[in-house]
Write a protein that binds this ligand. Structure first.
Ligand code: IMP
Ligand code: MG
Length: 200
């Protein structure tokens, strides 16, 4: 269903090609939902959504899961070089639910270096859930620098930066229904203007 015209408005200079059109995303999300439903049959799930990027994915995914489930949210801020042990990954909004003895499924938008999620997994495992797994919309494994076991993944991509369907560039484009590549020029221009403002 086409809900808006956002995908066509004013974005020609910034957005590159469509990587994953919304119909394809919906098909994949449905497939993942069915797989999760059969894997967790007879169990109750607690789905932990990582704010803010995974929100759109979460709302579609849970409507494709036919199980008793709860949702909770967590927000993490990471700084440029987010080395987990240096305390540079910070939980800015913690869970409201107690996860001890529960089946936890983390829903994330994109896993890049893996630093954010490996910090999070360690933190959550210390709270003694019965099980903990990861479900990500996108896996960009080429930049991975930690060991992560990703049980559910909708799409794999290479180097490109992507936006849409929850994913942002400077907090925008989350409302696009499809997933787009960002034009390399856009990022380059921003880096140049950042550099020149630092040199002033
Ligand atoms: P990492 O796995 O710790 O390197 O960080 C992953 C986080 O960086 C994701 O949760 C996103 O918030 C953000 N991120 C990485 N790549 C992209 C992208 O291509 N588009 C939008 N956000 C991204
Ligand atoms: Mg994120």
């Amino acid at each position: 269903m086409k809900r808006n015209n956002q995908d066509n408005i004013n974005n020609a200079e910034i957005l590159g090609r469509v990587l994953f059109p919304s119909e394809k995303i919906q098909r994949k999300v449905n497939e993942l939902g069915r797989k999760i439903t059969s894997d967790y049959k007879g169990k109750e799930l607690l789905i932990v959504c990582i704010l803010r990027g995974a929100v759109i994915f979460l709302t579609d995914l849970i409507r494709n899961i036919d199980l008793p489930l709860s949702i909770d949210f967590m927000s993490i801020s990471s700084y440029g070089f987010n080395i987990p042990d240096s305390g540079l990954v910070k939980i800015t909004k913690d869970l409201d639910e107690n996860i001890e003895g529960r089946h936890v499924l983390i829903v994330e938008d994109i896993i890049d270096t893996g630093l954010t999620l490996s910090y999070l997994i360690r933190n959550l495992k210390a709270r003694e859930p019965e099980s903990i797994e990861i479900c990500t919309l996108i896996d960009r494994a080429v930049r991975r620098i930690t060991d992560l076991n990703i049980k559910y993944c909708a799409f794999n991509i290479e180097e490109k930066y992507v936006v849409g369907y929850g994913l942002d560039y400077k907090q925008k484009y989350r409302n696009l229904e499809s997933i787009y590549e960002l034009k390399t020029d856009t990022i380059k221009k921003d880096i140049e203007s950042l550099k020149s403002s630092l040199n002033k």
